[in-house]
Every structure is written in structure tokens, then in C-alpha cells.
Design a protein around this ligand. Sequence first.
Ligand code: ATP
Ligand code: MG
Length: 555
Amino acid sequence: MTDPAEKPSHFIREKIAADLEAGKHSTIKTRFPPEPNGYLHIGHAKSICLNFGMALEFGGTCNLRYDDTNPVKEDQEYVDAIAEDVRWLGFDWPGEPCYASDYFENMYAFAVELIEKGLAYVCTLTPEEFKDYRGVPTRPGKESPHRNRPVAENLDLFSRMRGGEFPDGAYVLRAKIDMASPNLHLRDPAIYRIRHATHHRTGDAWCLYPIYDFAHCLEDALERVTHSLCTLEFEVHRPLYDWILQNVTLPKPLPEQTEFARLNITYTVMSKRKLLTLVQENHVSGWDDPRMPTLVGMRRRGFTPAAIRAFCERVGVTKFNSLTDYALLEFCVREDLNAVAERRMAVLNPLKIVIENYPEDDEETFEAVNNPEDESAGTRQVPFSRELYIEREDFMEDPPRKFFRLGPGREVRLRAACYITCTGVIKDADGNITELRCTFDPDSRGGGTPDGRKVKGTLHWVSARHAVPAEVRLYDRLFTEPEPDGIDGKDFREFLNPESLRTVTGYLEPSLAEFAPGAPVQFERIGYFTADPDTRPGAPVFNRTATLRDGWKGK
Ligand code: ATP
Ligand code: MG
């Protein structure tokens, strides 16, 4: 158990500490309750870090619970992916995951208990009438003509609803609370509806499914959750959460709901429905496209669990909805990768240079440091020969004074290798530069500084003969607008960034050919990259995880 005092505090941490201090609970239990109707996104990561994080910090436990009460949209594919993502983020739960559907029988019994107590009734109002009777917050609603149906009749109808006698929508079960409450959620909300649909776990055993508000609090209570943490939009549902728990027979203490602000990030959309649209319409290659804000996408992009956890910690937990800058997420990614990613050289826009005073058939290797931030990462050998590639942008034929890279007659250092001076520029018939001629100073081999002279520029390079060509996928933000949702009533898809993926052939130093998917690397002077699962022996594929600096200029 870590010391809670070490972390910057927030109201939920303080509440849990106070509850334990006051003896309300001997140990705490939280839960992360995704609906398996899509892949998890970075917003869910905030909830995961909070729920599992609080449990870890206070020596309690956190359940993974699938909130699978809506049979229509749920799928085993999502169930499996969710568990994998939570583990990938670095968290675990006691025993098997829980499923709301495991409690269908209990929930049914609780509904019967409400009916028997005169606190629930079967209603036949149509959805339109239902809405009309419920009314508006400023005026009391109108009671359903079925509100005072006798208990025996309610019990009979409810059991026949379960039996499959009626079509979808014919009846609902409603809690009998208060049609005059200013809180519309308390105006006899529906708690059960008929839905003839096959459930991903219970199959066709049920044609009657509980409504979220009824199910969720009971799931919490049955699992003996102490702190049920959810996002702010559920604040107005809290009186209903409490009402249900107080009116059925449950062990005490009852769970308590506390709300926090959801995470919103610029330049992306976060609802599963919109993300599904992007997938289905092929705007992206799948849920795991590296541009997606999903955890599978971020993993493929090369974002690390540590970076995502650090990001969630920095965003904090508040009661106010706000918009977080995507740049903060990238900052956290860079901060982590700077510490852990090994450095390698790769040239993405090659310009050939020929070192005229280096023998044609010779080659040698130079020792290069793998990570200046981490001595234990060691060194590697990088092959060098007469023909090299440097980055085209690192040469200018007529450079300004402040351009500290290569130009005619100028000298630069090649990282870990030697000093070179440009002695000639070769062009094709159209005047395009095709090749540079250079000489090297043999006394500068291995990074020495001959006669103490200094050069300002250091370039990365690869040996042309040894370089491994690779497909390099340069990713950028998925949308051109910070808030692509709801601009002038336009569809978010209108703001997709047409340059969010650019693919180039890069030339890699040979050691990069062996990088396994997921292992982070910094291409020196370019950015952070990770090998894609599409990588094959001899045909590497790398994804750009992040640039070295925040270079986003907007549109
Ligand atoms: P979406 O709107 O993306 O479909 P959801 O809230 O319907 O999300 P659930 O599967 O119900 O998705 O969410 C599981 C848990 O994750 C819930 O407790 C929910 O409050 C939390 N959660 C979802 N989105 C966010 C977010 N953006 N920030 C923080 N928590 C979130
Ligand atoms: Mg939901």
C-alpha cells in the first residue's frame, strides 16, 4: 500500500480517507463498469486509473464489471478487448470479471420485492404518453392510469412479461416514486422493459431487461462496492440510485455514488458511437488505428501505459467539466519515452553522400550510445561506409548564416562517427540535387575533436549499403479542429484531418530491423517511433508515436 499523502489530493481521495477514518468501512471496494459495446478510450482510462488507483492506494479492491444489460449492442469481441486493455494499463481485479447479466435473477427478485411493497407497477403507456405524462421539471407530472394497479395484478403481468407473452414495448415496469418531484428521474422511472433479443451471455433466457439506473446500483450493492465513482451526468440520477437501494433488502453499508468530471480532449471525439462510425465508414483502419483515442489505438501508436497513467494523474479529478489539450497527452508520452526509448538513427527523406577519401570497399563500425538518459541501456555498433544517407533537410546549397547543418564547404559532425566537409553538389538535368560529395577527417573518427576545433551541427545518418528500408507511417491528429463536435451544427466527420497519415520509405540502421512491435525507439532528431504489428522480418513497419517537440500549428 502506497502512502496516500504522497500524491496531490482530490475530493474523492479525501472522501475515501475520511470514510475509512470514520469507520464507515473497514476496507474499500470500487468497480470499473464498462458497457461492452465498443473498445475503451482514453476517457475510460481516467476512470480506470481512478477506480483501480484508489483501491490500490487504500488497500482495497476494484472489480472489473461488464455492464451488459443492453443485449442489442454488446459483443464478446468487446468483452475480451476490455479485459486486455485494463491489464495493459497495469491493473488487475480479484478473480473473474463480474457481469451485470450474472445478476439478472437477483434483479428480477428485487423488482418483485418492489411490486410486493407497492413500490412498482406495470404500465402500458406508449413511449409518447410516458413522456407527456412525465412533464417538465417546473410543473408536476400526471399520474399513469396504471399507477394504482393492484399488487397481485402487477405480479401476474410482470411474470408474464418475463414469460415472453408480450411484444417489445407492450409493457414496462415502473418504480412508484413521485410524479411531482422536480427531478424527472424520480417521476416513476421505467426499471424493466421487454426486449426480445439474444444476449451475448444469457442467450435467449430473458426477454425482459433491467434499465441501467435500476441495474447499476444493485450491481454495486451485490458486489459490496463501497464507493461507486461515475461521471457528472449521473449526479441527477443519484436520488434514484439511493431510492432503489433503500427500498429493497440489501446488506449494509450500502454503496455510495460520487461523481467526477469526464475527460474531454481536443482534436478527437470520444463517444463510442462516433468512434464506431469512424471504423464502419473506413475513415480509420479499425478500432486500433493509431490515430484513434482508443487504448488499442494508442498502444499501436506506441503510447505507453506509464505515459497514459501519468496523463490521468496530471489531469486530476474535479467536479468541473473541462477540455484537456491533446498536447498534454503528447507531453506525457514524450516524457516517458525520453527516459525509456533507445536511440537509433533513421533517415526518412534521404540524400546520398559519397565520402571521396573513404576507400570504396572498406567499412567499419562506430560505437553509439543507446540512451543518454540511461547508462544501463549500453551501446551498439553502427556500420559506416563510403556512401551514406543524410536527411535532405540537413543540406542547403545556399544556407543562411544560422543554418548549422551542411552546406558547400561546411563541416559537420556525423553522430557517433566523424567530421565531414561538403566538397561538391551533383544535380540531375532538372537541377535537382541527387548527391553530395564530401571528405571526412580521419582524426575525428569515433567522435574525437581534432585540433580542438568545434563544429556546430551534428547530423544523423545511415550507411547506404547497410540501411534497411522500412515503411514509416507518420501520424498526426485525426481532426483539424480542437472541438470537432458540434461546430455550427456540422458533422464531426467534416473536420477529419486529411494529413493525419502520411507514409514514407525510411532507411534504418540495421539494428532497427530487429525491433519487436511495441518496443519504443527514438529516431534521433526526428521523433519517437514504434514497430507496428504489420512488421515482417526484412520488411519493418514503424509508426510515429510522437514528434520530439510540439509542432502542431493548427490548420
Ligand atoms: P461513451 O459515451 O464513450 O460510450 P460510456 O460512458 O457510455 O462512454 P461506459 O462503458 O458506460 O461508456 O463507461 C464505463 C465507465 O467509464 C463509466 O463509469 C464511465 O463513467 C467512464 N467513462 C466513460 N467515458 C469517460 C470519460 N470521457 N471520462 C471519464 N470517465 C469516463
Ligand atoms: Mg454508457
